[in-house]
Design a binder for this molecule. Structure first.
Ligand code: ADE
Ligand code: ZN
Length: 339
């Protein structure tokens, strides 16, 4: 293990941008397909991995929605979430705020209740065993209508005690945040936190809409914010967190090389930028792979990585006392020697 890998491996961190369906590993996809009698358009695990070459976000989403067809029972959602938690416990992840896409399941006849019960049971019991706390965010699929999002929110109402926030994901271009103004306003009335993918492929204008119209608490991705100096100033002043996903950006060709990734510029501008994995099984790495590969490509210092780890707690929905505790744990970790 290199010095960098050793430092990252024990650095306490939170993951704030993780689609649980995007943590479905090919081996598990085959297992669920077999036990549920679902046919897959792949012959083998190697065949699946070979299909994971994407030209853009939509190209990925088509494969992502096909992959999740194998998820049918509460046990599937439990095991999916359990596998993710066990994987990242080894990456010193101490807190997760995970997304799920209820409409991608209810549209296939899987009940909202089946999905949320499986995911939350694992978050509670496996999270407790591993010492990982969690929040759960349900995302609206932006390629569908606002009316469809309202229906999803109505299905969620009996389970609001299990849900911390709403998000907005799927095909960004042509589906601006303003399309969901009313349903986000309803989410505010219900006391939910709000986040939205913006500025991944879409323009800086979408980031403005997410902040000013949806009134989000943080921005998922946000890369293209850097195209507007005024927006960067605002994000810095208001310390609005960005949940940045380096390997996702590389695989979806938001950047052509990791050396061109904007994370260093974000940190230099004083943005509350965090490092996350997005859909790790599709993008070739979990959170620590994102930290180490980005640090190598951009020559980030241990100080930069400490800043990112601290930002992950500052930008989380944890209470401020917890955030302070994690910050001091990070400080004491960083002051020790790592080999
Ligand atoms: N759904 C899963 N991953 C996503 C991403 N990176 N952008 C938009 N929607 C997604
Ligand atoms: Zn995402």
């Amino acid at each position: 293990m290199s010095t960098l890998e050793a430092f990252v491996s024990g650095l306490p961190k939170a993951e704030l941008h993780l689609h649980i369906e995007g943590s479905l590993e090919p081996e598990q996809m085959f297992e669920f397909a077999r036990r549920n009698g679902v046919s897959l358009p792949y012959e083998s695990v190697a065949d699946i991995r070979a299909a994971y070459e994407f030209s853009d976000l939509q190209d990925f989403l088509d494969i992502y929605y096909t992959g999740m067809n194998v998820l049918l029972t509460e046990q599937d959602f439990y095991e999916l979430t359990e596998a993710y938690l066990r994987r990242v416990a080894g990456d010193a992840v101490r807190h997760v705020e995970i997304f799920f896409d209820p409409q991608a399941h209810t549209s296939r006849g899987v009940e909202f209740e089946t999905v949320i019960n499986g995911v939350t049971r694992a978050l509670k019991f496996v999270g407790h065993e591993l010492g990982i706390s969690s929040k759960l965010i349900m995302c609206f699929l932006r390629h569908l209508s606002e009316e469809d999002a309202f229906n999803a929110l109505a299905s969620a109402e009996p389970f609001l005690h299990m849900i911390d926030g709403v998000g907005l994901d799927s095909s960004e271009l042509g589906h601006p945040p303003s399309k969901f103004a009313n349903v986000f306003s309803r989410a505010t009335e219900l006391g939910l936190k709000k986040v939205a993918h913006a500025g991944e492929e879409g323009p800086a204008e979408y980031v403005y809409e997410a902040i000013d119209i949806l009134k989000v608490d943080r921005i998922d991705h946000g890369n293209r914010s850097l195209e507007s100096e005024v927006l960067v100033k605002r994000l810095a002043e208001e310390q609005i967190a960005l949940t940045v996903c380096p390997l996702s950006n590389l695989k979806l060709r938001v950047v052509s090389r990791l050396q061109d990734h904007p994370m260093k510029s974000m940190l230099d501008a004083g943005l509350l930028a965090t490092i996350n994995s997005d859909d790790p099984s599709y993008f070739g790495g979990y959170i620590n792979d994102n930290y180490t590969r980005l640090a190598t490509a951009l020559e980030l210092t241990e100080g930069d990585l400490v800043q990112c780890a601290k930002n992950s707690f500052t930008g989380s929905f944890l209470p401020s006392e917890k955030v302070k505790q994690f910050h001091s744990e990070i400080d004491s970790y960083a002051s020790r020697k790592h080999t």
